[in-house]
Design a protein around this ligand. Structure first.
Ligand code: SF4
Length: 250
């Protein structure tokens, strides 16, 4: 019997049932603000300009939202509603391109830290622990691009990491997928574009799946991996800036 199983029996720690069942535990996700009416709401309170008024509604740019909670708690603006889920990953690539490739049940994931602050990497590291345990799904982290099916990029891609990221992508066999996790990898986040970074992973490699969040919780990253290989439906993109995924269906 593995040590993890023994430890689990002794301590009562168990592995999440996701994706077979939704994860009901509180605290697995900070949630996301959702689109709402503009009355009484002030988009200017958002420090990253993630809130805009579109056709009389507050639209949320999930590529820039850093989970500061100002739109939920500020006294200067009526609070926006939040959705508590974690199935946030959306497809960026053309669906027909993604659907044209079938992966087997096993998947090797190469994680590239392209200059992240440490939080997205920390959430990603949880995936191999006993609670999220992605090995039960046939997913494995690999250090070798030549063994990798999926490139998981975190961080805004600093200038010093551009060449390394491109080299890692070029060394991967086809078919391959790119998952960008965290707002820095989607848009540069609070770091870019700037003198030291561009506007995220899409500047350097073709991104297939985007996972918003700052940082995205482990279940959101896991949802991104499942979307990348067609084992879960993506969150629907309502507009280039807005993900309308109050609840993605299992
Ligand atoms: S939680 Fe996101 S959308 Fe709301 S104010 Fe902060 S950055 Fe802006």
């Amino acid at each position: 019997m593995s040590r993890w199983v023994l430890t689990g029996l002794k301590t009562g720690t168990k592995t999440t049932q996701y994706p077979r069942e939704q994860e009901p535990r509180a605290g697995v996700s900070p949630g996301l603000p959702i689109t709402g009416g503009a009355e009484g709401r002030t988009p200017e309170i958002c420090p990253t300009a993630a809130l805009n008024i579109v056709e009389g509604q507050i639209a949320v740019d999930y590529r820039r939202c850093i989970h500061c909670f100002r739109c939920a708690r500020s006294s200067q603006s009526a609070p926006l509603d939040w959705q508590p889920g974690y199935e946030w990953a959306a497809r960026k690539a053309d669906e027909s391109v993604l659907d044209s490739v079938t992966f087997g049940r096993s998947l090797n994931v190469l994680v590239v830290d392209a200059g992240d602050c440490g939080s997205c990497l920390s959430e990603t590291a949880q995936l191999s622990g006993p609670y999220y345990n992605i090995h039960r799904l046939g997913f494995f982290i690999t250090p070798t691009p030549r063994n990798a099916d999926v490139l998981l990029v975190v961080g805004p891609v600093t200038d010093q990491m551009r060449a390394a990221l491109k080299k890692a992508y070029d060394a991967m066999p086809t078919p391959r997928r790119v998952v960008a996790a965290g707002v820095c990898a989607l848009s540069g986040g609070i770091f870019g574009p700037s003198l030291a970074t561009g506007e995220g992973a899409g500047d350097v490699v073709p991104v297939d799946v985007e996972v918003p969040g700052c940082p995205p919780p482990p279940l959101a990253i896991l949802h991104g991996l499942l979307v990348a290989v067609g084992r879960k439906p993506p969150a629907a993109m309502a507009s280039p800036n807005t993900i309308n995924n109050v609840e993605a269906t299992p």
